[in-house]
Design a protein around this ligand. Structure first.
Ligand code: UFG
Length: 335
């Protein structure tokens, strides 16, 4: 017989809870009265980031370990963040991406269904849309991913549809645009090794940690020639996930939501805003285009606000950069 849950509060299993977005989701879940149980193999995440609930170390490819964790905590829902997520790496090492992302997700979904945990929130990505020449991207836009990262995420979305049809798995799929910022209380933040993302690299350059930020490409078909992205504050994103769990626990499901603000900013605009927020010069140099980068990725959807009541209130460029700057200067984990 399954053991009694260790707390009266409902547990939510958070794969990748030691990572950037997963740790912010754990904080939001704890604030909403859940016990976030982190399942993470600590390859790209950090033990120091697991502050709001227990850590269960394990790998998604280890089905027996997953079964053990479902049995121990009996979660009411799963939030599935754990994945490899670097486009350049995916182009070079597709096998690793398909195995970790798709095979790992298959194990997790099967473990959830066999444990009777039928509420599933999945982290997908705007990378599943690919590069569509700047058209407005909403949830019904065609999915034309350009690499193994985007394709593995699209395949998992399709796999979830099959499990919904066959087993009644309730799913919410979030397609993220560019996640930025850090916990406003400074408890957790973005920390990747290696770092590849624009804002943390720029803050590091501003702070003297690297000689300069390289702007990848100034010849895109955009007003200032640099790529445009739709940036979302990580704590707003975390709030959307908690709303996603409530939506599922209310018996709804089978829905895809873009998580973006609908406003796009160019790399040059982000550079300028960072200079203003930090009141420092931003050392930049100019390089060629980075393979795989789309010119413009902006969400054209209001579905998440209309249906989930999501309000990305912290997602101004200034706020995201200032929260990331505070974290850069005072936070970070022991590497
Ligand atoms: N950029 C630079 N210099 C850098 C780093 C980034 O100019 O040193 C530019 C990129 O070319 C891009 C923009 O800044 O135009 C944002 O780049 P990020 O690496 O911060 O973010 P991406 O848009 O590449 O990546 C995000 C997610 C990925 C996801 C991808 C989908 O982080 O997980 O969107 O397109 F796959």
């Amino acid at each position: 017989m399954a053991r009694a849950r260790e707390s009266d509060k409902p547990a939510v299993l958070v794969t990748g809870g030691a990572g950037y977005i997963g740790s912010h989701a754990c904080k939001a879940l704890a604030a909403a009265g859940h016990v976030p149980v982190t399942f993470d193999n600590i390859t790209t995440g950090w033990r120091d980031a697991v502050k709001f609930g227990p850590l269960e170390e394990g790998d998604l490819l280890d089905r027996a370990r997953l079964d053990e964790v479902f049995d121990r905590h009996r979660p009411v829902a799963v939030m599935h963040f754990a994945a490899l997520s670097l486009v350049g790496e995916a182009v070079r090492e597709p096998g690793r991406y398909w195995r970790t992302n798709l095979a790992g997700s298959l194990n997790l979904v099967e473990a959830a269904v066999s444990a009777g945990c039928m509420n599933f929130v999945f982290s997908s990505t705007c990378a599943t849309y690919g590069d569509q020449d700047g058209v407005v991207l909403d949830e019904s836009s065609p999915q034309l991913p350009m690499n193994a990262y985007g394709r593995s995420k699209r395949a998992i979305e399709e796999m979830l549809d099959d499990f919904r049809a066959a087993h009644g798995l309730n799913t919410v799929v979030f397609r993220y645009f560019n996640v930025a910022g850090a916990d406003p209380d400074g408890e957790i933040g973005e920390f990747h090794r290696p770092e590849t993302h624009l804002i943390p690299l720029m803050l590091d350059a501003i702070d003297g940690g690297r000689p300069a930020l390289t702007i990848f490409g100034t010849d895109y078909p955009t007003p200032d020639g640099t790529c445009i992205r739709d940036y979302v504050h990580v704590s707003d994103l975390a709030d959307a996930h908690v709303k996603g769990v409530s939506w599922l626990l209310d018996g709804r499901g089978g829905r895809v939501f873009n998580l973006g603000t609908g406003s796009g900013f160019s790399v040059r605009e982000v550079v300028a805003a960072s200079g203003v927020v930090t009141n420092r010069a931003v050392p930049v140099e100019y390089g060629g285009r980075r393979p795989g980068d789309a010119a413009r990725l902006v969400s054209g959807s209001t579905r998440a606000s209309a249906e989930l009541g999501w309000k990305p209130g912290r997602s101004t460029l200034g706020r995201m950069i200032s929260d990331a700057w505070r974290w850069h200067r005072n936070g970070r984990y022991e590497a």
